[in-house]
Ligand binder design. Structure first.
Ligand SMILES: C[S@@+](CC[C@H](N)C(=O)[O-])C[C@H]1O[C@@H](n2cnc3c(N)ncnc32)[C@H](O)[C@@H]1O
Length: 284
C-alpha cells in the first residue's frame, strides 16, 4: 500500500474488497481506514484530500487483507454497536445482530408494564454479553445473571461488563444449570441454525463460532433443553421468557412451547423485516 491521497486509498481498497465479493465494499473500506488511522467519521471526511499517514499504512494493509478473506468486519475492528453501546467482539463470540435488540426491548417493556420493581433477569447463552449488559445498564434496579458454556465467550462478556461499567452475575455452564432461584424474566438468543443450513452460510457467518450457531438436525438441540430449564426457573406468575428463533423453526418451537408451558400466553413476534424472530412466553 503506497502513501497516497486518502480518497484514492479508499477507492483502491473498495476495488479490492469488491473483487473479494463484498457487497458494501465502499462502506467497509471507509470503516477499516478510520479504524486503522484512529479517525472519527468527521476526521476522515476532513482528510479526504490529504495524504494518508504513512505510519498507519501497514496496519491498514493487514486489516484489508483480513477483510478480503471474508473475515467479518467487526472481528477486524474489534467492536460493534448494540443498543446504543459499543461492545468488544472477537472470534470467540457471535457478532450481536440488530434484531436481537428486540429481546432487550421486550424485557424492558414487560418489566415496566407489570411494574416489577427489582426484577431478577437471566440471559442464557450470553456470548459477548450484549443482551445482559444492555439490560443491566437500562435497568439499574434489576439483578441480571448471564450464562454461557464457552469460557472464551465469557472472557469477552466480562470485558464488556467492565468497560461499560455494568453489574452482572456471570456463570460458565450449560444453559440454566449454574443458576439458582427463580426469575421474573429469562431471555436467550441460543444457537438455532438447522445443521443442513450450516453448510451454506455466508462466508462471514461461517467464521463465527459453530457453538454459537449450530442448532443440530432440527435446529432445536439447544432450544429443547432451554425450554425445560426455563420452565423450572421462571416464576409461575407475573413472569416472561423471550427466546430468539429462526423463521424455519417457528412452528416446531411454538409446538414445544405450548407443550412445555400449558398455562402461559405464547406468541410469535416478528422483527422489523417482518420475519418471525422471537417466541414470547408470558405468565399472567
Ligand atoms: C447465538 S449466540 C448468542 C450470543 C449473544 N447472546 C447474542 O445475542 O449476541 C449463542 C451462544 O450460546 C452459547 N451456547 C451454546 N450452547 C450452550 C449451552 N448448552 N449452554 C450455554 N451456552 C451455550 C454459545 O457459546 C454462544 O455464545
Amino acid at each position: 500500500m503506497t502513501n497516497e491521497l486518502v480518497s484514492g486509498l479508499i477507492r483502491s481498497i473498495t476495488l479490492r474488497l469488491t473483487d473479494a465479493g463484498i457487497e458494501d465494499a465502499s462502506i467497509d473500506a471507509r470503516i477499516l481506514l478510520r479504524s486503522a488511522f484512529g479517525w472519527t467519521a468527521a476526521e476522515q471526511l476532513g482528510n479526504l484530500l490529504g495524504s494518508a499517514p504513512a505510519e498507519h499504512l501497514e496496519r491498514l494493509e493487514k486489516m484489508v487483507v483480513r477483510r478480503a478473506t471474508r473475515e467479518p468486519l467487526q472481528y477486524i475492528t474489534g467492536s460493534i454497536e448494540f443498543f446504543r453501546h459499543q461492545f468488544s467482539v472477537n472470534e470467540s463470540v457471535l457478532i450481536p445482530r440488530p434484531e436481537t435488540e428486540q429481546l432487550v426491548v421486550q424485557t424492558m417493556a414487560f418489566v415496566l408494564e407489570r411494574k416489577i420493581e427489582s426484577p431478577r433477569i437471566a440471559d442464557i447463552c450470553t456470548g459477548s454479553g450484549a443482551i445482559a449488559v444492555s439490560l443491566a445498564l437500562e435497568m439499574p434496579a434489576a439483578e441480571v445473571h448471564a450464562t454461557d458454556i464457552s469460557a472464551d465467550a465469557l472472557t469477552v462478556a466480562q470485558q464488556n461488563t467492565y468497560d461499560l461499567n455494568a453489574e452482572l452475575h456471570m456463570y460458565e455452564g450449560d444453559l440454566l444449570e449454574p443458576l439458582s432461584g427463580q426469575f421474573d424474566v429469562i431471555v436467550s438468543n441460543p444457537p438455532y441454525i438447522i445443521a443442513d443450513a450450516m453448510h451454506s452460510l455466508q462466508p462471514e457467518v461461517a467464521r463465527e463460532p459453530s457453538l454459537a450457531l449450530d442448532g443440530g438436525n432440527d435446529g432445536l438441540n439447544v432450544i429443547r433443553p432451554l425450554l425445560t430449564g426455563i420452565a423450572e426457573k421462571l416464576k409461575p406468575t407475573n413472569s416472561a421468557a423471550y427466546i430468539e428463533i429462526d423463521p424455519p423453526i417457528k412452528d416446531a418451537v411454538m409446538k414445544l412451547a405450548l407443550e412445555t408451558f400449558p398455562h402461559a400466553g405464547i406468541s410469535l413476534l416478528t422483527d422489523l423485516a417482518g420475519l418471525t424472530r422471537c417466541v414470547s412466553i408470558e405468565h399472567a
